[in-house]
Ligand binder design. Structure first.
Ligand SMILES: O=C(O)C1=C[C@@H](OP(=O)(O)O)[C@@H](O)[C@H](O)C1
Ligand SMILES: C=C(OP(=O)(O)O)C(=O)O
Length: 445
């Protein structure tokens, strides 16, 4: 797989544009791609994966699996891959694994490696070493895993050794990231050879729709999880991952948010293809938030369309269920009448950057009045957006959502903008700017 970020200049200048229209074929879902890669690697049998996301986050997973001895091939230059399942083990028992800044790669892989045992070191970029993993390590070490911190306690890098796993009952906190529960769920069949595994969530669980993705994909690979609400998950003994043969990756619903918001702000219609009514991704519910803001939304099984219906309304909403797409609402808020409030978004603080601080800082450059709290923010748009140079904090979503502020809305015109370090989009959407340029056009009449 090729490097994804090489071709970008140090900054991109975006000129204000009046209208957008068109159709965007979405890249594959990051959440689904990385889960399927790991499940396919652990399965019995060969899996053909169609429409896998090609980006930094999937590249680190593919590279890690290769180092672990899992055989996979790419069909030419396509997004189609074949993974030869290693049937519940990793062939290499020793490896040094670089996981970049991919939460969906490091967390599930750490759980699988800890349960299977070996001698592994796992690390990432500097920011990855500031992103918590302690709740997952605690949950695994409590049932006999041997994971040590080689840097700061609670954070990668990690050294994983062979433990004595007795995983009949596991407990995990879910208030910092749902990926810890996802990781335990995905690793649990590896520990459920002779007795059931019960996983209990201690306290609150955030980002719940991502757990639905996990359960859905585990079922496609032959493992059923019996659940009692969001508190208790049981994996019956003797289940193994079995390849379903061919799997398709849906389009990325978080990536869809930028184009749907563009349609809602600047005319439209914009249609995204690859996600729709039948999606297993919670982020398709971003369309509901846009609808509340006054956009016209239409949906088919595999597409969603957004169109302006006059200026946007401000909203006050809990966004715990869609933390990633919620960033796009903070930008749509620039085009609304009145103050928009985003609640229950504390997890923003431990993602690619502290997204509450980053978002507030950059929105203020455009002239917005922003109030920040530990787990919320409010955005009041200015009368006119000010031209600005936007810093992106090595956060793909900062680059993608701030690009929208160059669009002309009904309530106010777009800003002339410079986006610094645009290559950060390579984490999940290397071709984002090409796709964005294609939907813009000048309305000459
Ligand atoms: O499981 C997943 O695929 C993800 C879960 C979410 O993280 P948290 O559970 O940490 O909020 C989300 O922000 C991330 O981009 C992808
Ligand atoms: C939080 C994100 O990524 P990760 O999978 O690294 O947690 C994201 O993509 O917005």
């Amino acid at each position: 797989m090729k490097e994804h970020s090489k071709r970008y200049p140090p900054y991109l200048d975006l000129h204000p544009v009046m209208k957008v229209q068109g159709t965007v074929r979405l890249p594959g879902s990051k959440s689904i791609s990385n889960r399927i890669l790991l499940l396919a690697a652990l399965s019995k049998g060969t899996t053909r994966i169609h429409d896998l996301l090609a980006s930094d986050d999937t590249m680190v997973m593919l590279n890690a699996l290769q180092k672990l001895g899992v055989h996979w091939t790419q069909e030419g230059d396509t997004h189609n891959y074949t993974v030869i399942g290693a049937n519940g083990v990793f062939p290499n028992h020793q490896a040094d694994l670089f996981m970049g800044n991919a939460g969906t790669a490091i967390r599930p892989l750490v759980a699988a490696l800890a349960v299977l045992g070996g001698d592994y070191t796992v690390h990432g970029v500097a920011r990855m070493h500031e992103r918590p993993i302690g709740d997952l390590v605690d949950a695994l070490n409590a049932v006999g895993a041997q994971i040590d911190y080689t840097g700061n306690p609670g954070y990668p890098p990690l050294h994983i050794m062979r433990g004595h796993i007795h995983a009949q009952k596991m407990q995990v906190k879910g208030n910092v990231s749902s990926q810890f529960l996802t990781a335990l769920l995905m690793a649990s069949p590896l520990a459920a050879q002779h007795s059931d595994v019960v996983i209990e969530v201690v306290g609150d669980l955030i980002s719940k729709p991502y757990i639905e993705i996990t359960l859905n994909l585990m079922a496609r690979f032959g493992v059923e999880v019996v659940r009692d609400g969001w508190q208790r998950f049981t994996i019956k003994a003797g289940q193994h991952y079995v390849s379903p043969g061919l799997v398709y990756v849906e389009g990325d619903a978080s990536s869809a948010s930028y184009f749907l918001a563009a349609g809602a702000i600047a005319g439209g219609p914009i249609r995204v293809e690859g996600v729709g009514r039948n999606s297993i991704q919670g982020d398709v519910r971003f369309a509901e938030a846009l609808e509340k803001m006054g956009a016209k939304i239409t949906m088919g099984d595999n597409w969603i369309e957004a169109e302006t219906q006059g200026s946007l309304n401000s909203i006050d909403m809990d966004f715990n269920h869609i933390p990633d797409a919620a960033m796009t609402i903070a930008i749509a808020a620039l085009y609304a009448n009145g103050t928009t409030t985003l609640r229950n978004i504390e997890s923003w603080r431990v993602k690619e950057t502290d997204r509450i601080v980053a978002m507030a800082t950059e929105l203020r450059k455009l002239g917005a009045i922003v109030e920040e709290g530990q787990d919320f923010m409010t955005v009041t748009p200015p009368v006119e957006l000010a031209p600005a140079t936007i810093d992106t904090y090595d956060d793909h979503r900062m680059a993608m959502c701030f690009s929208l502020a160059s669009l002309d809305g009904v309530a106010r015109r777009g800003a002339a903008m410079r986006i610094n370090d645009p290559k950060c989009v390579a984490k999940t959407f290397p071709d984002f700017f090409e796709a964005f340029m294609k939907i813009k056009y000048e309305d000459l009449f």
